[in-house]
Design a protein around this ligand. Structure first.
Ligand code: 0O2
Length: 224
């Protein structure tokens, strides 16, 4: 392997990773437009926060080894769909489906896969809506279709998932299994998070009705 081979590989890797960054930039902009328009029309923002990340080359390599795939840029592109990931945290469960529907209805985005872990939570309690979306990226000399994974969840689901991730990380670093009692408690915590989401959604709907009634009364007074 010569120094020139290494330089060529480094350039190819940079170019490969850049396409995923551009796909994330593209989706971030589209989400930002949806939020601003939604806020203007409904005086309400369905998104609490968003977070984007690119998988590191090391982590891509580990995943490829685990899943078994061709060690080439086209092979990686084919077998790993979450090199670019965006997490959207919403206030309420219904907002998750509103955002998902808005993305699905954009004609130049292609939803390749959808996993609804809200309707069908994972056995450990994990909840989220996952979409694998193919995004068109216009480069200087070609058009590339780039996959990104979008995870949409509520604040409660996100709180649960980040704690669960930390617990697994801690135990896995020591090559230990997570104790059954902790797994059980995590499952109970997932049920509590779900109940909280339901309660918040109900309260939100009630508040919306009150706001609507108040604005109707105000309109009546002004029209009298
Ligand atoms: P990271 O570092 O968050 O990216 P895949 O492994 O992606 O080929 P899979 O398992 O069918 O196939 O994908 P799925 O179910 O869509 O889940 C992928 C991602 O969802 C994970 O990415 C996590 O981010 C999240 N996730 C899925 N299940 C759990 C869970 O039980 N707990 C938590 N905390 N997160 C989960 P990565 O690559 O594992 O990690």
């Amino acid at each position: 392997l010569s120094i020139n081979d290494l330089k060529r590989f480094k350039n190819e890797l940079t170019r490969f990773m850049m396409t995923y960054k551009f796909a994330l930039d593209e989706i971030e902009t589209r989400i930002e437009i949806l939020v601003q328009e939604f806020e203007m029309l409904h005086e309400y923002n369905p998104i609490e926060h968003t977070k984007s990340r690119l998988k590191s080359p090391e982590s891509i390599f580990h995943k490829l080894n685990r899943k078994g795939g061709d060690l080439s840029f086209s092979g990686i592109k084919e077998s790993i769909k979450d090199i670019a990931g965006m997490r959207i945290t919403c206030s309420f469960v219904s907002d998750i489906y509103v955002i998902s529907q808005m993305l699905k209805s954009q004609s130049d985005l292609k939803v390749l896969d959808e996993k609804d872990y809200i309707k069908n939570p994972k056995p450990n309690g994990y909840q989220s809506l996952h979409l694998i979306i193919e995004v068109p990226v216009h480069l200087s000399d070609r058009l590339e279709s780039v996959c990104i994974e979008v995870q949409i969840r509520t604040i409660a689901m996100d709180f649960w998932a980040s704690l669960e991730h930390k617990i697994y990380y801690k135990f896995n670093q020591g090559n230990q299994a997570v104790p059954a009692r902790l797994l059980d408690e995590l499952k109970q915590a997932a049920a509590a998070a779900s109940a909280l989401d339901l309660q918040m959604e109900r309260l939100h709907a009630e508040i919306e009705v009150i706001k609507e009634e108040q604005s109707e009364t105000m309109d009546d007074k002004l029209n009298r």
